[in-house]
Unconditional design. Structure first.
Length: 172
């Protein structure tokens, strides 16, 4: 909003008022975002963390019925609930299908607490379904940090089998 060196007769006070209006709208938008989205996402993650033991006895699988930004909330809430490092996989609906995503060791890390089974990585559709003995699977990324399924049931089976998968099974 600063005038260029070529502009003349510019009302600096008017430009300042325009800048204040712009900053005010940005501030209000951020407050609305925090109150409507950030807090709601935290509540979804909190609920998933509370229900983790009912999903799997280890508490290592969290289920979000709808996708939300969950990573930073999870790390904060793990401390609050004294379960740091326990959740390994998060299952969520992305709007068109279901995902099973690995939880990273730290919020910024690419190293996961648990990866999907090595023999299934990089496979898709029928080949994956046959190898994993789970129908309705879509894919597992070749690095094993995420997989997809057509149904919640298939995603849950993928998550449970992955949690119970041992390193010895990777070598067979």
């Amino acid at each position: 909003l600063n005038p260029s060196w070529q502009e003349t007769g510019v009302d600096i006070e008017d430009r300042f008022r325009q800048a204040m209006d712009t900053a005010g709208r940005e501030f209000v938008d951020n407050v609305v975002e925090v109150s409507c989205s950030w807090i709601a996402a935290r509540d979804h993650v909190r609920e998933a963390l509370k229900n983790a033991k009912s999903v799997h006895p280890t508490g290592e699988i969290l289920v979000l019925k709808n996708f939300c930004p969950w990573k930073s909330h999870l790390f904060d809430l793990e401390k609050e609930y004294k379960v740091e490092g326990v959740p390994k996989l998060v299952v969520f609906n992305n709007g068109t299908s279901w995902r099973v995503a690995g939880v990273s060791v730290t919020p910024s890390s690419f190293l996961g607490r648990k990866f999907l089974p090595t023999p299934w990585r990089g496979l898709r559709d029928d080949e994956l379904c046959e190898k994993a003995s789970i129908k309705d699977l879509l894919f597992i990324h070749h690095n094993g940090f995420i997989g997809g399924a057509k149904t919640e049931e298939a995603a849950m089976l993928l998550a449970k089998k992955s949690i119970e998968w041992t390193e010895e099974q990777n070598n067979n």
